[in-house]
Design a binder for this molecule. Structure first.
Ligand code: IPD
Ligand code: CA
Ligand code: CA
Length: 272
């Protein structure tokens, strides 16, 4: 389907699903102004979009693979299989609500618990990020690699602020204060899936956030690994899909970023 990339059939199906969801989101984005006026209905409407996009994704995936299991943000877990699709139908809901064009559809496939396929689709820009384990990462028809910047002080780092759950707020603010002084800049675009895709594409050199969910990060993490980057939890271990405390970057920046975060870790963040 894409020039220069022979797509795995399961990835191809995920792309079809992501594009369907993207079309639903794009259509709904035309009504955002009306929605902001009727702020009481805002959340209802958005959850309608979330649900419609998620339904379209699940239908497309199960149509092709009826026996596969699902873990989706809005509808939860369904089925049991060695294959599990992990879905965020609209990552960056707050941005979407405000007409701030930074949000994405995120779909990953786990095989025996291991990341095997990934799609992050940015419908506002029509940018499609894809990866299959062992076959590299792509943005549209172009192979992507993480950046080559090698010093944290020159690095542009993506992050996400705590905004719903403030358990780790003090630790986060310590990290933030430190990194403001140790990097070239911090950015909070507002969609973790896209933030990770941007590390894979080399738009940023690293990323960290606390308390994310598996559907926010599963696809983005495979994109980074396949683009030559590294991902871990904040203590440098695997298990980031479960803890949701994520650090990522090109190999050089990743190591320095991880090191810079260590003094701010609490026992809970370390997983003790
Ligand atoms: C959120 C976005 C945001 C991140 C939050 C996520 P949602 O996902 O990824 O960037 O900071 O932690 O929950 O709720 O918009 O799907
Ligand atoms: Ca999300
Ligand atoms: Ca979401």
């Amino acid at each position: 389907m894409l020039f220069g990339q022979i797509m795995h059939p399961m990835l191809n199906t995920a792309v079809k699903a992501a594009r369907r969801a993207g079309a639903i989101i794009n259509r709904a984005s035309l009504d955002v102004e009306r929605l902001t006026v009727r702020s009481k209905r805002e959340n209802d409407y958005v959850s309608e979009v979330d649900h419609a996009a998620e339904q379209a994704i699940i239908e497309t995936l199960l149509d092709a693979y009826p026996k596969h299991a699902i873990l989706a943000e809005e509808s939860g877990e369904a089925g049991e299989s060695e294959y599990q699709w992990v879905i965020d139908p609209l990552d960056g809901t707050t941005n979407f609500l405000h007409g701030f064009p930074q949000y994405a559809v995120s779909i990953a496939l786990l095989h025996h618990g291991q990341l095997s396929q990934a799609v992050v689709y940015d419908p506002a820009r029509n940018d499609l990020y894809t990866a299959s384990r062992g076959r590299g990462a792509y943005l549209n028809d172009r192979r992507i690699r993480v950046s080559r910047r090698d010093r944290l002080q020159d690095a542009l780092i993506g992050t996400g602020f705590p905004f719903r759950d403030f358990t780790h707020l003090d630790a986060y603010l310590g990290m933030f204060r430190d990194l403001l002084q140790k990097t070239s800049g911090l950015r909070r675009p507002g969609s973790a899936a896209l933030d990770l895709a941007w590390v894979a594409a080399g738009h940023t050199d690293g990323f960290f956030e606390l308390g994310l969910s598996p559907w926010d990060i599963a696809a983005g993490c495979l994109l980074i690994l396949e683009a030559g980057g590294l991902v871990s939890d904040v203590a440098g271990n695997e298990g980031y899909l479960n803890s949701g405390h994520v650090v990522a970057g090109n190999p050089k920046v990743f190591v320095q970023l991880l090191q810079a975060l260590q003094p701010h870790l609490t026992p809970a963040l370390r997983g003790d």
